[in-house]
Write a protein that binds this ligand. Structure first.
Ligand code: FES
Length: 142
């Protein structure tokens, strides 16, 4: 395998990272989703371009996340981690919001078979945006 190193640090992307980057799941192409949503969260900073936006539709009865859409100005790692997170959340009919708040960037990275060390911070964007979307959903209930 071809390994790029910078200052002795590996920059290999796993096949799963490449797959999700090249074919992102649940990515929103419009300004907002075309479907109804009841939670919206952002993370990152527009100033440096690393913005993540997440929309969710939570079933108020079951508290499960039935839809998860996102868009970002972040890099390939941010795209791959958010795509993977969206699959983790929507798998098996949707994850309960309390369980979803326990998902960590490390769990997402493990599902992707790793990320280059210098790219780990990119995985935090989706995690934070999802948690903010869940908070938004809870706020909207009141
Ligand atoms: Fe900024 Fe990855 S999102 S470097």
């Amino acid at each position: 395998m071809f390994d790029i190193k910078h200052n002795g640090v590996s920059w290999i992307y796993s096949d799963k990272v490449k797959k999700h980057f090249l074919n992102p799941k649940n990515f929103i192409t419009g300004k907002t989703p075309r479907w109804k949503f009841n939670g919206y969260g952002t993370s990152g900073s527009a100033a440096c371009g690393d913005v993540m936006r997440v929309w969710i539709l939570v079933d108020a009865k079951t508290q499960k996340i039935k839809r998860f859409g996102w868009k970002t100005f972040g890099c390939a790692s941010a795209i791959a981690t958010t795509s993977m997170l969206s699959e983790m959340i929507l798998n098996r009919g949707g994850m309960n919001i309390e369980k979803a708040t326990l998902v960590t960037p490390q769990m997402i990275i493990a599902k992707l078979n790793g990320l280059p060390v210098k790219k780990v911070h990119c995985s935090v964007l989706s995690d934070r945006a999802l948690k903010n979307a869940i908070e938004d959903f809870k706020k909207n209930l009141n």
